[in-house]
Design a binder for this molecule. Structure first.
Ligand code: PLP
Length: 287
């Protein structure tokens, strides 16, 4: 496996960053998770836009243009002879001294990892996930925006730990007003009377690229879809609940806080959208 690390392709074993890198010391950096399907990199320009916006927001200068970064990402997939891949792009503040001030960091580190995808087992899609709401709240948009995919994912890790402790597959994260926002690393949708709803991102959710793809795909498949604030009550009483994300694609939720959702089995709308999404990824991508 070849890793892109600061202008070079190096072997996995040699892909090492300094303990003085502020990405390591402070979580100071940004990242993206991207997926390639049969050689097509899905929504690459959307992922690049989000990466550069995350970096801009934290005053991190990515030392390449978007076009150069695109070439690096495509190059990393090719170098590893991958068709279907999970791609991780990381840009950290780089090495500095032990103080947290980024001023000591002379140049950002750029890392691209592409590896063959470990797919979620198909039985998980057939069974559906159990979700539980957690005590931790989504960080407020006026402090550190949820739109910044920063290397400091402790908040999301804490909710994952809470979900593990509660014995459920995924966490349901609320904002500080109690509105539903998202999961630990995926967006949430509910279906009621064949209409689909997802929380507006201003409540405190990442504007997921899979989320946006579903917002495009749903009307093409005859569904009304809208962004609307909702609470746990709306989730408990929905006909269907599903999550979206680069890794998980579209997956049903069949239980939330012990409430059975719908029939307790993945619903028709969710299954339909998963199929439509899997068709779309084959057509829409950078070769
Ligand atoms: N929400 C959070 C907090 C995430 O980290 C992710 C993963 O990137 C998502 C949602 C899903 O976004 P996407 O569909 O762009 O992968």
């Amino acid at each position: 496996q070849w890793i892109y690390l600061d202008n070079d392709f190096v072997k996995k074993e040699e892909a090492l960053v300094s303990v003085f890198d502020h990405g390591f010391l402070y979580g100071d950096g940004v990242f993206e998770g991207i997926r390639a399907y049969s050689g097509n990199i899905f929504k690459l320009s959307e992922h690049l836009d989000r990466l550069y916006q995350s970096a801009q927001s934290i005053m991190l200068n990515i030392p390449y243009s978007k076009e150069e970064m695109e070439e690096i990402i495509i190059g990393t997939v090719r170098r590893n002879q991958l068709e279907t891949a999970y791609i991780r792009v990381v840009v950290s503040r780089g090495t500095g001294n032990l103080g947290l001030d980024p001023v000591s960091c002379s140049k950002p580190s750029v890392i691209v990892i592409a590896e063959s995808l470990s797919l979620f087992p198909e039985e998980l899609y057939e069974r559906g996930l159990k979700m539980g709401s957690v005590a931790s709240r989504r960080n407020r948009p006026d402090v550190l925006s949820p739109q910044v995919k920063s290397l400091n994912y402790l908040n999301n890790i804490l909710v994952k730990l809470e979900a593990n402790q509660a014995g459920v597959d995924e966490a349901l994260m609320l904002n500080d007003q109690g509105y539903v926002t998202e999961g630990s690393a995926d967006n949430i949708f509910i279906v009621k009377n064949n209409k689909i709803f997802t929380p507006p991102v201003y409540l405190g959710a990442l504007e997921g690229i899979t989320r946006n793809a579903i917002i495009d795909i749903a009307p093409e498949n005859g569904y009304q879809i809208s962004e609307q604030p909702f609470t746990r009550h709306d989730v408990y009483t929905a006909d269907e609940v599903f999550l979206t994300g680069t890794a998980v694609e579209v997956i049903a939720v069949i239980d939330v806080d012990g409430r059975k959702i719908g029939t307790g089995r993945p619903g028709e709308v969710t299954k339909h959208l998963l199929t439509a999404f899997r068709n779309a990824v084959m057509k829409d991508g950078v070769q």
